[in-house]
Structures are given as structure tokens and as C-alpha cells.
Design a protein around this ligand. Structure first.
Ligand SMILES: [Zn+2]
Length: 282
């Protein structure tokens, strides 16, 4: 609570009646400041006070990056959704159904073809709200379908990971997506097409251990956690204090794991430039 919730909101209520919705404001997850929803949306969910890059949904990302009206979704072939007939506290198929209803997406990835600054590109986005953006058979399959589409169109391919890693409910099938996606990346190399990775918060586990670290160009959003295993687990295993900012974008830039850290408001222009340059080169 601060002066906005305690003082400003009641004042507004008193002025225009009681039907002011509560979700008019959002709280920054880092500095705790209250931000007007509209302002936050216009700023691509970046806090205007502390530059914290908050979670941006897939639909918001598509709107932010693609030229208006150019995005066409690429869909998956039919695949076996529950290969192990898995059940924990709930059946896996029921869990999938629940997340489908919540996110309006078929699984934790959405792919599409379109233009960024007039440059043709295929992009695969991860949806963290769908089971933590975890990677199962559906993800691997759509990754391959999207890569094949890029090869067919002769255009660049970009992936935007936002994932906790492998999907436990699919066991070994989930881990098999690591070599499968790696083979797909090789197809891009053979076709001489650019492969860009836009690392967002968080990129971890099996995703960071496969295609997310194989890009020709690695771009990261500020302060994103990019790691295989989180710092707490490492600290308790090696019993040593890890350096400040360990496994964050800026640390990885300093140590040569990413090529550039780009703020969200600069992303589209940066991508357009890179794509135009690579296109000329080709
Ligand atoms: Zn903030």
C-alpha cells in the first residue's frame, strides 16, 4: 500500500462514483510503485520508475514486434498429447484442458509468419502462463514445423523462450525435444538462414540447454534470468556465495554468452536493423 492506493484511489472514487475497477493500477514487481495500467501497456509493461521489464504475454509481444496485420499463425500437426497417460494430483490431459481454457492457446508455444520492419520472418513465442512455458512434444513439433516453414520461405527464424524447462508430465518424451530442436536448428544453418534467439525472463532448464543457446545472434531483455539451474540450487550444492547479478542478462553479456541486451522499446528497431543487414549480406 502507498499513497496511490490509500489516497489517490479513494479521491478518484469520490469524484466519479464507486465503479472504478480495481485493475486500473498495477504494482511493479521490483520497486513496488503503483503504475496506471494504460501507461504500463503503452510502455510494453516496463516500469517507468525502475525500468523493470515485467512479464509480457505472447499476444502483446506479437503486437509489439510484428508490422500491423502481417502476423499469420502457423499451426501444428496432430500429435499424441499424453504419451505416458500421466497422472499426479490431476490427470495430465485435464491439466492441459484447463490451461487451454485459461490462455486460449493450444500449448506453451505460438508460432507465426509475418514481417518486422518489412523483413520476412518466422517467430516461435513461448507462453509462460501455459504450464510455465514448459517444453513437451507439442513444443518440439511446432518448433520443427516453424523451422521448415522458414526454410520453405527462405526467411529468418527467431525463437522467444520464456520457460521453466522440460515438461515433467511427458518424462523422456520431453527430454527428446532437446536433440530434435537442435537438429532443426542445423537445418537453418544448412539453408544459410539466420537464427535469432531473444532471451526473456526466465529461460531455464532443458530450453536453455538446447536451442536457446544455439542462435547466430543472442539478444536478451534487461535483467532476465538465463540459466540451466537456478542460483539457489547451485549455492546449496557447491556451498559458495555466487557473484551479484549471476545468471542475469548483463552478467551473461559481460561473459560472452549473449551478444546484446536490448530494452523492450528498442527491440523492434534493433531486430529490423539486424534482419535488413543479414538480408543484404545474403
Ligand atoms: Zn519498478
Amino acid at each position: 500500500m502507498n499513497w496511490l492506493t490509500n489516497f489517490v484511489r479513494p479521491k478518484i472514487r469520490a469524484l466519479i462514483g464507486n465503479d472504478v475497477p480495481d485493475n486500473l493500477w498495477d504494482k511493479c514487481s521490483k520497486c513496488g510503485q503503483m503504475i496506471f495500467q494504460k501507461e504500463l501497456k503503452a510502455n510494453f509493461r516496463v516500469c517507468p520508475h525502475c525500468n523493470n521489464h515485467m512479464y509480457l504475454s505472447v499476444d502483446e509481444r506479437i503486437e509489439m514486434l510484428f508490422d500491423k496485420g502481417t502476423f499469420v499463425e502457423i499451426t501444428n500437426k496432430r500429435i499424441v498429447l499424453d504419451p505416458l497417460k500421466f497422472k499426479d494430483t490431476k490427470k495430465y490431459v485435464d491439466r492441459l484442458k484447463q490451461y487451454k481454457e485459461k490462455t486460449k492457446h493450444n500449448d506453451s508455444v505460438v508460432a507465426g509468419y509475418g514481417q518486422i520492419g518489412g523483413n520476412k520472418i518466422v517467430v516461435l513465442f513461448f507462453d509462460f502462463e501455459f504450464m510455465g512455458g514448459s517444453m513437451g512434444t507439442y513444443v518440439g513439433e511446432l518448433f520443427i514445423t516453424a523451422v521448415d516453414y522458414a526454410v520453405k520461405k527462405g526467411c529468418a527464424f527467431m525463437v522467444v523462450p520464456c520457460s521453466g524447462g522440460a515438461r515433467m508430465q511427458e518424462g523422456i518424451f520431453s527430454l527428446m525435444q532437446m536433440p530434435r530442436t537442435t537438429v532443426a536448428v542445423n537445418k537453418l544453418n544448412e539453408a544459410g538462414l539466420p537464427y535469432i534467439v531473444l532471451l526473456t525472463n526466465p529461460t531455464t532448464g532443458g530450453v536453455s540447454a538446447s536451442f536457446a543457446m544455439l542462435g547466430d545472434i543472442h539478444i536478451a531483455e534487461p535483467e532476465a534470468v538465463i540459466a540451466f539451474t537456478g542460483p539457489r540450487v547451485i549455492e546449496s550444492t557447491i556451498r559458495e556465495k555466487l557473484p551479484d547479478g549471476f545468471q542475469r542478462s548483463e552478467y551473461l553479456l559481460k561473459h560472452g554468452m549473449v551478444d546484446m541486451v536490448v530494452a523492450r522499446k528498442e527491440l523492434k528497431a534493433t531486430l529490423s536493423n539486424i534482419l535488413s543487414l543479414l538480408e543484404q549480406k545474403r
